[in-house]
Write a protein that binds this ligand. Structure first.
Ligand SMILES: [Zn+2]
Length: 248
């Protein structure tokens, strides 16, 4: 699936999960190449994805006698991808033959795939034990279902009508076009300025679609934290009862 990455990033909807999973892989390989015991896949740097940088990085590693990587140096590839590749390469391990118990120089290839090809495949792909394709993986961030509408420094604030200390509450947010009657707005100002039985979130609910699996997530919060006065709420309920047609 192809989506313009710049758009996705502009919308700020995607969080990119680097995949630094460590795994062992069984492959047929040429006898002269030491067997890979541990292969760590580089993370796909967000900055590289945003800069639309991708492609192969070749890393030359030197093993020590135990099969650990003593040093790793990128010999080709984009600078934005070299650091992560070298870091990952340092965590590889090889099974050396007794005759190899001296340092060996080996070459790994990390192939960073085009980040615009939004990938639902979380796993990196081993083309062979020394060659890994790294896809760009993302998931939707989690949206908070509650927004704080309590102004700072409101502690100790009292209702100007009833003189009661304002309390905190979590109320539902109403979306859509709501037009209050002037009579209601006038009464609210005068009789129950801190009823705050619900909150208003504007005309539309923002939903975000995960292009990977098509699931939809509501980005707009469902609830708001507000300050209220209990006597305002009683006054509003009373007013609504006597003016049912004048509210909205
Ligand atoms: Zn009040």
């Amino acid at each position: 699936m192809r989506l313009p990455l710049s758009l996705l990033i502009f919308l700020g909807l995607l969080v990119f999960i680097p995949d630094d999973s460590t795994a062992s892989h069984q492959f047929e390989q040429s006898p002269e190449q030491p067997k890979v015991i541990n292969a760590t896949v580089p993370t796909y740097p967000i900055i590289a994805a945003m800069a639309h940088v991708f492609g192969k990085v070749e890393v030359e590693v030197e093993t020590n006698a135990k099969g650990d990587v003593a040093s790793a140096k990128a010999i080709s590839g984009h600078p934005l991808l070299c650091g992560t590749s070298e870091e990952a390469a340092k965590r590889w391990r090889f099974e050396l033959e007794p005759k190899d118990k001296n340092n060996r120089s080996l070459q790994l290839t990390f192939d960073f795939k085009n980040p615009s090809d939004v990938s639902c495949n979380v796993k990196p792909v081993f083309i062979n034990p020394y060659y890994v394709e790294i896809n760009f993986v993302y998931k939707l961030p989690e949206f908070s279902d509650t927004i704080n509408h309590i102004p700072p420094e409101s502690k100790g604030k009292r209702c100007p009508v009833h003189g009661e200390l304002l309390k905190r509450d979590k109320v539902e947010i109403i979306y859509g076009l709501i037009e209050f009657k002037p009579e209601y707005l006038e009464a609210e100002k005068r009789l129950f300025p801190y009823a705050n039985t619900e909150d208003y979130g504007g005309c539309v609910i923002d939903n975000v679609v995960n292009p990977c699996d098509g699931t939809e997530v509501q980005a707009s919060p469902k609830y708001a934290e507000v300050l209220y006065c209990q006597r305002c709420r009683i006054a509003e309920a009373k007013w609504n009862k006597t003016h049912p047609w004048q509210r909205k």
